[in-house]
Design a binder for this molecule. Sequence first.
Ligand code: LAC
Ligand code: ZN
Length: 470
Amino acid sequence: MLTVDSPVLRQLDAFRGIVGADWVFVDPEVLDAYASDETEDLHFLPDVVLKPRTAAEISAILRICNRERIPVTPRGAGTGLSGGALPHLGGVLLSLERMNSITEIDERNLQVTTEPGVITEVLQNAVREKGLFYPPDPSSRGSCMIGGNIAENSGGPKAVKYGVVKDYVLNLEVVLPSGDIIWTGANVLKNATGYNLTQLVVGSEGTLGIVTKIVLRLLPHPQHDLLMLVPFRSAENACAAVSAIFRAGYTPSAMEFMERDALEWVMRFVDNSIVAIGDDIVAHLLIEVDGNDVDVLLKDMEGIAALVAGFDCGDILFADDAQQKAELWKLRRRVGEAVKSNSIYKEEDTVVPRAELPRLLAGVKSIGNKYGFHSVCYGHAGDGNLHVNIIKGDLSDEQWNGSLKDGIREIFALVKDLGGTISGEHGIGLVQKEYMPIVFDEVQLSLMRGIKKLFDPNGILNAGKIFEND
Ligand code: LAC
Ligand code: ZN
C-alpha cells in the first residue's frame, strides 16, 4: 500500500508531466491487470503503471527512477512464463504497449525496423504482405509482443530450421537505466566491431535497458509447406526418431513433440477432435517441411515417413489442405493454455543436445515416479527443447511447495549431466533464478552480476530477475 511519503507517489506529477496524465495509472483495477503474467498463479501489484509513447519519455522516467531508486519493471504483453514482467518489488510498471508502430520495412535490404509493442504475428503478417518472412514464432505469437520476444530470446517451432530471435536481431535502440539512449550496433549482416552489445541485450530479460526500437533481418517467404502428424507407441521411440531424421539429412521447418496427455487435453480444451488417437499411442511428432519446390518437399515427406516407420509408429496423418494444417497447428500452439486450464502446474523449459532427448524424457518420468508427480511433456523436439509441465493434481500444498523443488532440482541436474541447460526459450525471470547455481558456478554468476552492475549501478531495472541483485 502506498503511503503519502512513498517515493513513487511523490513522483506522480513528474510522471504526468512526462507521459501525460492519461497515461499514468494508480487505480486498483489497472494495477491489478498488470500484476500477473502467464507464469503460474503469481500476482504482485505495482505502485503505478506508466504507458510512455517514446524513447525520450522512457529516458525521462528512468532518470527519475534512477535518482529516487524506484524499481522499474518493463512489460510487453505479459505472456511470459518465467515471471520476467512481474513487478515483484512494486514501483513502476512500464508498459511498452503504446509503442506499437512498425517503423519501416526495407525491401531492398530485407530488414524491418519496429517498435517493441508490436504483436509478433502483426509484424509477421506485415512483412508477409511484401513476400518476406520473420520466422521466430512463439506459440503466443497472436498476443505476445516483439519487445518481449527480444527480452526472452524466444524460439518457437520454426527455430529448428530458422533459428531463434537472436539470429534475426541486427541492431537495437536501448534506453539505459541512466536515461542515456544508445544504438547497440549497426543495420548490417556482419559486424566484428567491438563487443556485441546487441546480443548482450537480446535475452537479458529487461534487466539491462529498455529496448525501444528493433532492427530485424528478414528472409524471402518460402512458398510451400507440408505437415504430418506421426503417432508413436513409445515416447522414447518418438524422441529417438527425431535425431535419426536430422542425421538422415532432412531439415524440417518444425519437429514438435506432444505426449498423449498434451494432445488429448488440448483437443478437449479447444473442443476439436480432429485427431483419432489409437489406444496404444503414447506420443506424437508434428513434422513440417517448407521450401519453394513442392516435389522436393513431397520427397522429403516420403523419406521421413519411411524413416519413422522404423521406430514403430502408427498411421501417419498427412494434412490435406491449409485448413487442416491450421487446425493441427492450433492444437500444438494451445497445449500450454490447455495444461494451465487443467490444473495448477509448474512449467520447466529444459533443453538438451537433440540426441539426448530420449534420456531426458525417461529421466523426467522416473524422477516424477520418485516424487509422486505427473508431468505432461511437449515441445520443440528438433531443438532438444522439452517443456516439462508438472501437474499439481493430488499433491498436497506441502509437497507442492516443499519436496517438489527437490524433484525439479533433480530434473535440472539431469539436464546438466546430459549437456543441456535449464531454459531454452522461456528465460529465468523470477521463478527459475534459484536454480541458476545448478548450471553456473560463482565465477560465471559474478561475471553476469558485474554486467548488470555496469548497466544498472543502482539496481532499479527489473531487479531480482535472473539472479538476486547484490
Ligand atoms: C510452447 C510455449 C509454451 O512451445 O513455449 O507452446
Ligand atoms: Zn515452446
